[in-house]
Design a protein around this ligand. Sequence first.
Ligand code: AQP
Length: 322
Amino acid sequence: MKRVLSGLQPSGQLHVGNYAGAIQQFVQLQDSHEMYVFIASYHALTSSRDANELRQNIRQVVIDYVAFGLDPAKTNIYLQQDVPQVTELSWLLSCICPKHMMDKATSYKDKVAKGLAASIGLYTYPVLQAADILAVDADLVPVGEDQRQHIEITRDLASKFNHYYGDVFKLPDAMIREEAGVVPGVDGQKMSKSYGNTLDPFMDEKPLRKRIMKIKTDSLGVDDPKDPDTCTVYQIFRALAGPDSEQTQALASRYRNGGMGYGEAKQTLFEFILEHFRDARSKRLELTNDPGYIEQVLKDGAEAANKIIGNVTDRARKAAGL
Ligand code: AQP
């Protein structure tokens, strides 16, 4: 059985882009793969400066993972700080990581351009991410397109380490859904917490509808035929419903045939989102009132992750001469 590893930062409310790019894949894979999904709390420290807010965000991501359909009986869910050997692995990898590899990483430049502090932690973020992945001997890493370069860096670091010290790390592959690799936000740019352009699947109905109605479109009239592939409303719909679903195909035809205005397309997306996340929304409320359950999920997840990560870390330490 192939092993899957992925994680998300607790850096704010998860959005439809995180869900379609990453979480939806986790949920689909959990019946046929050995799953490790973590909360990237160390990574979030590159942007967080408020301890209480971070604590709340960490808890909320765990609740949201389970609400979205991750089943703790099938998926090991754990916090990054509960497997501190990952930071040791990160150091071992830092020592063989050429500086130019980090200089080339685009996410550092993007995040600094968005206003994040240019810290050493942010600069070496891909090394810690490589440690997260290599620590569990992952075969597959389901992510959005913005993470492709980080998975390539992970493979390069694993190859380099193996070159110096023998066959220590498994080389993982990225899994990126073509139709959901870059889900656009309400302004048409990549949906991103830091752009303030997200759709929150847990938002109350009224403000959610208002937000969807604000999605930027061109100014073609109701009767004009439209190209679905260039429309943000359609792209979000397709990312959630899948490119081959009947609903997506039907919506695409309505775009092409003319006779459907953007208001109607947005209403269709709004209704789809409400229906798609109906169970998640009620499950989330339930879980919020059951802190004991969440604690147990994290305890079990950390136990399972520690077993594997302890072994891999030992292997890497010994290979490196420690
Ligand atoms: N718009 C998106 N489309 C598809 N996938 C996306 N992901 C994020 N945005 C989109 C994927 O979600 C996972 C979460 O990664 P993260 O926690 O590191 O967050 P991020 O990529 O930094 O998410 P944001 O919202 O874009 O945050 P900021 O604004 O802080 O940078 C990853 O698999 C990512 O690819």
